[in-house]
Design a protein around this ligand. Sequence first.
Ligand code: PLP
Length: 358
Amino acid sequence: MRPLAAIVDLSAIAHNYAIAKRCAPGRQAFAVVKANAYGHGVREVVTALYDSADGFAVACLEEAAEVRAMHGEARILLLEGCFEASECAIAAQLELDLVVQSAAQAEVLIASELCRPLNVWLKLDSGMHRLGFESAELRLWHARLQDAGQVAELNLISHFACADERGHALTELQVERFLDLLDLDFNQRSLANSAAVLTIPAAHMDWLRPGIMLYGATPFADLSAHDLGLEPAMTLAAQVIAIREVADGESVGYGAAWVAQRPSRIATVSCGYADGYPRHAPSGTPVWVDGQRAPLAGRVSMDMLAVDVTDLPHVQVGSAVELWGANLPVDEVANACGTIGYELLSKVTARVPRRYVG
Ligand SMILES: Cc1ncc(COP(=O)(O)O)c(C=O)c1O
C-alpha cells in the first residue's frame, strides 16, 4: 500500500469547536463544513460534532443534503442560497436555513410553493462586494419578506473581507453597516467567521460561523494556531521511499531546478501534487522528516517530492514524513508556498485515504 494518508484527529475538531463556543458564551455556532469539511471528510466531521454543534454551514444544496442525511435535527445553513428556482422546494424539504443574497433569489422564494416555511437569512453586502444586498435594498426585502408565507424566521447575515488582518478599517465599517440595520426586526443575526470569533467580540451576534479554526489552522498571519489554543486536525503523513547520494553540482528532479551545492543526501517522499501538495512549493519549504525539519529540494512531481536530508544522517527508507500536521503547522507550509492553510487542506485529493483518530 502506498505510504500516504491524511490522518484526521476528530477530537481536535471537537476541541476547536469548543474553543469557538467558549469565545462567545451563550451564542450558537454553525460549524462550517463546506468543501468536504475543508478536506477533512464531511461525514466524519459531522459525526464528531453530532452532539455538540448547534448547526452546520455548507455552500450548496448537494452538501446540505449530505449533512441532512446524517443529522435529522441540526440547523443547516445554505451559505450561497439557491442556484436554481427548483432548489427552494428541496431546501424546504430538507428543512434548511436559507441565505437569500440577491433580488433574484428573493423573487424565486416568494414565488415558491414550499412544504414548510424556511428560516431565511437576508445577506447584507457590508463591504466584501461578493454576495448580498446593499443596505437600502435589504430594508425593502425585509419589508416584503416579513409576512411572506415562505418565511419562518427572518434573519440577518454578512461576511467579513479582512477580519484576518487585525485592525483593518474595512472590518470596522462592515460591523457598523451591520449594526445600522438592527433597528429592523430580525430573529437571528450572524457575522463572525473564525477570525472574528477569535478577536472581535462586537461581531459575535447570535450565531458564529467558524470554519478554518475548527480544523486547527489560523486565519491570521501574525497569530499561530498554537497561540490561539487550536489543535491541528489533519496530518498529511508519508514516508521516505528512496534515498540517494548526489554529488556536488548534480541536479534533482524535473527541470533540474535544484542543484547540489555540496555532496548531498536526497530523500524521495511518497506525496506529490496529484495528492494536493502544491506544485508551486519552492525549494526550502519545510518538510518534517523523522522528527526534524528538512528543506524541499526541487520541483514537486505528480506522486513524489524530494527533500534534502544531508544534515539528517539517520533518515532512511521507511522514515516517517509529515508534509504538515501535528509537528509542522499547515500555516507555515502555506506561507512558504504563498498561499493559506485553507487552500492546502481543502485541496488534499480524493486519492489520499483519510484515517480517523480521536
Ligand atoms: C459566508 C461564510 N461564512 C463563514 C465562513 C468560514 O470562514 P473561516 O473559515 O474563515 O472561519 C466562510 C468561509 O469561507 C464563508 O464563506
